[in-house]
Ligand binder design. Structure first.
Ligand code: FAD
Length: 523
């Protein structure tokens, strides 16, 4: 039996595997594709961390809380911003090469939306995630880790109220039960819920669905962040036009060439993502357009600074130095997920979660740009430290206060199953639960989405998991009758103080509000 079974090989999973193997634990990693087939590899802009003067963890904290619109767990944010700089330095020591200034060799820092100053380290210009993934895979290769590619985890094994392993499908299609003292979910997000997304095909919410089926609590699943500026071309996933472009001077323009963000927010083009995504979507809907434009012509040396974006634009026949780039919002990052304490413990003993699959409360109602790589980097080793300290379950603090007593045993499997194709589900979710939602659009989904679908192959299990996560997202979005952060209800356009709480879901129960552990500063 392995000590730690890590599910997923992105920044969260590999950071945990490396820390655990260094500490002498027996580690197995299962990942459903090739090791580098992760959302992490796609990350462009970089990692946010207060690495030195004039920046500080306090400034990073305040930007994160503002972006989270009153729903961040302040304790979790403190952990993120205070431990982030050391984790970034360790990543550099491990071999990740971030961009440095030619003159003095200092790390180059970029500014992104919602950040009050430049604090984002990047690599290869806008190829940060690929460099981090490369460095982590190489570091893991130097350690004793049983890393298995193309192993699809189907479900968690629960015995006596604790998670004791997983059911998985091997590359040859055979079914296996793998037992472990601890299981760590690092399975990433669920952008594939929507027809237009920046997320790779692996981002199907498997970990969230597995945890939910096993009886773990989920939180804040209604907060899907839509990135405002995905290149509007036929490719899927949609090429992302990183926020760092606007940090370097790119400007959003409408179909008449008017720069409109100054009238929407004091930070204009560098406003938080939810504000920008709404401003764009409203114009698209009102004017019946498929896209607006990002004007990146003010950026000098575009191809050197943003080689990934330059390549994507040129593949579409566009030259960012002279052409306006067509953009539209795309599903990008799930702020909610499997509810954890500050050490990645879920509500079920033996089950841990970190990275995008988890909801520790750091992101609140809206993730601050470049805080998600940092999230995996900071919280994954904390889970390992908690395991090394002998813990096997949650502490009643952080986001789990008010949640633990409510989480139940896994309920009986749903027996009525139907079928739905991935593309049909994605179109329905985009129409009913996209950037702008209301009771009627969500009600259609609630009435028409299947409750469960039959599955035997990995591809079918992915659709089944998407259906499960779609249902939890719709239930939460219906229950949260307010607009806050990335959750915009056209029929409830204002934030409601009564909803300044985490919205928790446990299988077999109605969504309920759990108080945040500390009063959070009003942004
Ligand atoms: C285009 C793009 C650009 C981004 N840019 C940035 C950025 O600049 N800065 C930033 O901070 N964030 C960025 N993000 C977000 C960030 O990349 C992700 O939030 C983060 O990488 C998630 O890391 P993770 O380890 O949690 O999950 P992932 O990196 O997605 O890894 C999940 C892993 O789990 C595996 N898996 C899933 N289900 C199963 C299963 N059933 N069985 C076995 N394995 C499974 C997958 O194969 C994969 O290996 C970006 C995201 C995208 C898509």
């Amino acid at each position: 039996m392995t000590d730690l079974l890590v599910l997923g090989s992105g920044i969260a999973g590999l950071s945990a595997a490396i820390r655990a193997a260094e500490a002498g634990l027996g580690v197995t990693v299962l990942t459903k594709g090739a090791l580098a087939n992760t959302a992490t590899s796609y990350a462009q802009g970089g990692v946010a961390a207060a690495l030195g003067e004039p920046d500080s963890p306090a400034l990073h904290r305040s930007d994160t809380l503002v972006a989270g619109v009153g729903l961040c767990d302040a304790d979790a944010v403190d952990v993120l911003v205070e431990q982030g700089p050391d984790r970034v330095r360790e990543l550099i020591a491990l071999g990740a090469n971030f961009d440095r200034a030619a003159i003095d060799g200092e790390l180059e820092l970029a500014r992104e939306g919602g950040h009050s100053l430049a604090r984002v380290v990047h690599a290869g210009g806008d190829a940060t995630g690929a460099e981090i993934e490369r460095a982590l895979v190489a570091a893991m290769g130097r350690l004793e880790v049983d890393a298995r590619e193309r192993w699809f985890t189907v479900d968690l094994l629960v015995e006596g109220g604790a998670v004791v392993g997983v059911e998985a499908i091997a590359p040859d299609g055979s079914a296996h039960r793998i037992r472990a003292r601890h299981v760590l979910l690092a399975t990433g997000g669920a952008g594939q819920l929507f027809a237009v997304t920046t997320n790779p095909p692996v981002s199907t919410g498997d970990g969230i669905a597995m945890a939910y089926r096993a009886g773990a609590a989920l939180a804040d699943v209604e907060f899907m962040q839509f990135h405002p500026t995905a290149l509007d071309v036929a490719a899927m996933p949609r090429p992302l036009l990183s926020e760092a472009l606007r940090g370097d001077g790119a400007i959003l323009r409408d179909e008449r060439g008017v720069a409109f963000m100054a009238g929407e927010h004091p930070l204009a083009d560098l406003a938080p993502r939810d504000v920008v995504a709404r401003a764009i979507t409203r114009r698209l809907v009102e004017r019946n357009l498929s896209h607006l434009f990002l004007d990146a012509t003010p950026i000098e040396d575009f191809a050197t600074r943003f080689p990934t974006v330059d390549g994507a634009a040129r593949a579409a026949g566009l030259d960012p130095a002279v052409d306006l780039l067509p953009i539209a919002p795309a599903a990008h990052y799930l702020s909610g997920g499997v509810c954890t304490d500050l050490d990645g413990a879920t509500t079920i003993p033996g089950l841990w979660a970190c990275g995008e699959v988890a909801c520790s409360g750091v992101h609140g109602a809206n993730r601050l740009a470049s805080n998600s790589l940092l999230d995996g980097l900071v919280f994954a080793p904390r889970a390992v430290e908690a395991i090394l300290d002998g813990r096997d379950g949650p502490l009643e603090r952080g986001v789990l206060r008010g949640v633990l007593g409510r989480s139940g045993a896994p309920s009986a499997p749903i027996t009525t199953v139907s079928s739905i194709g991935r593309a049909t589900l994605q179109r329905a979710m985009t129409a009913g639960a996209g950037v702008l939602r209301d009771a009627s659009s969500l009600g259609v989904l609630d009435a028409t989405l299947p409750h469960d679908v039959a599955a035997s192959t990995p591809a079918e299990h992915e659709v089944r998991n998407l259906v499960t996560v779609a249902r939890t997202l719709v239930a939460a979005a219906l229950a949260r009758t307010e607009s806050r952060g990335t959750h915009t209800r056209l029929d409830h356009p204002e934030p409601d103080p009564a909803f300044r709480s985490r919205l928790v879901q446990v299988r077999g129960a109605e969504p309920f509000l759990a108080p945040l552990p500390l009063p959070v500063e009003t942004p």
